[in-house]
Design a protein around this ligand. Structure first.
Ligand code: ZN
Length: 294
């Protein structure tokens, strides 16, 4: 090997070491996200320059969360706090006060025109992928402001992730377009899919008179069956019915398919079906199209 080539190789190895050297833990920007979906978005934009902690973790319910004492500690230590806003984190103000944290708080839904549920804003804006592009812009700008030295990294990560979101948005539209128009409706006990419905044109119909809190009564089930028949609804996603016999009965009496699970407000753990936001949307698209196809 010529001395020149050896020098060149040495230089290349050195360069590789510099560019791939992991960022030391203490150099990472500590960011707290209020719930798992936001945490994933922050991680995608922040990459290895951030250390992300979520308050409401995978499979947790962000609506009815009871903060733990450790949450106040997390907030006190954070350099940035990312929240959804639109009334999702009703438990946050008291926690903030208790934590004494001084980190800036950014609202990831800033600039999104919310859908209304009666007089209040519907907080589930992330169910439209186009909205999540706005989340990403807000998160990127907040990270750049908190850590200007890594601005280039945050901008590049946001750009790359937004391209993935664009592809996901197209995927959702194409999947729904393959469902015959008359079949684009499901019964769901979740009130979390209004943004999805508005963005992609699948109608979500709540079963009349059925609470989402508890298991439906026999009378509720009878009402659901009538509703499925009269409105010719091809599929049901009833997440608060855990009784398999009830689900089978609804399906047998109406011919409606039982669609399985739709993920709304939380990621699953690593081994689940929706450990990331992109996988969550993909799972939901698959569940819907599978249940609504001819
Ligand atoms: Zn919700």
């Amino acid at each position: 090997m010529s001395k020149n080539l050896a020098m060149q190789l040495l230089w290349l190895v050195g360069l590789a070491l510099i560019t791939t050297a992991p960022v030391r833990a203490q150099d990472r920007l500590g960011v707290v996200a209020s719930f798992s979906i936001l945490g994933d978005l922050v991680q995608n934009v922040g990459g290895d320059r951030v250390s992300v902690t979520t308050l409401v973790g995978p499979d947790g319910d962000v609506h009815v969360y009871t903060p733990a004492p450790t949450d106040a500690r997390k907030i006190a230590d954070a350099k940035l706090l990312v929240i959804n806003g639109l009334g999702l984190e009703g438990w946050l103000p008291r926690l903030l006060q208790a934590s004494g944290g001084k980190a800036p708080i950014i609202t990831a839904t800033s600039g999104i025109v919310p859908l209304q549920v009666g007089a209040v804003a519907d907080p589930h804006a992330w169910q439209s992928v186009a909205n999540v592009r706005t989340y990403v812009v807000n998160i990127r700008d907040a990270l750049v402001a908190a850590d200007p030295a890594d601005a280039g990294v945050f901008r590049a990560n946001a750009l790359a992730y937004s391209a993935k979101l664009d592809a996901l948005d197209r995927e959702a539209r194409e999947a729904v377009a393959r469902i015959p128009e008359s079949r684009r409706k499901v019964i769901s006990t979740h009130d979390a899919f209004a943004y999805f419905a508005a963005a992609y044109g699948v109608e979500f119909i709540a079963p009349s008179g059925v609470s989402t809190e508890s298991e439906p009564s026999a009378r509720d089930i009878a009402a659901i069956i009538t509703q499925i028949r009269t409105e010719r609804i091809p599929a049901v996603f009833l997440e608060n019915i855990s009784d398999v016999r009830l689900i089978r009965r609804i399906s047998a009496e109406t011919g409606a398919r039982v669609g399985g699970t739709l993920f709304s407000d939380s990621l699953t753990g690593e081994k689940g079906d929706a450990p990331t936001y992109i996988e969550l949307v993909r799972h939901n698209i698959k569940a819907l199209t599978g249940a609504l196809a001819d």
